[in-house]
Design a binder for this molecule. Sequence first.
Ligand code: ZN
Length: 59
Amino acid sequence: MGGKKDDDDIWGLLAGLFIGAVGVAILSSLANPKCPNCKNPIKKGEPFCPVCGTLLEWK
Ligand SMILES: [Zn+2]
């Protein structure tokens, strides 16, 4: 029957969703950088964290 093929479709779909979720997470982390010390969202290019004062390095 077609059971094997259906399973493959489900795994392909799950893999696609997983890769998509990881991609979104990476993109959102790039768009919304976080302080390495207190994990609060910070603006890219700020010289230091406005919350805890940690010096930020932008490469
Ligand atoms: Zn901070």
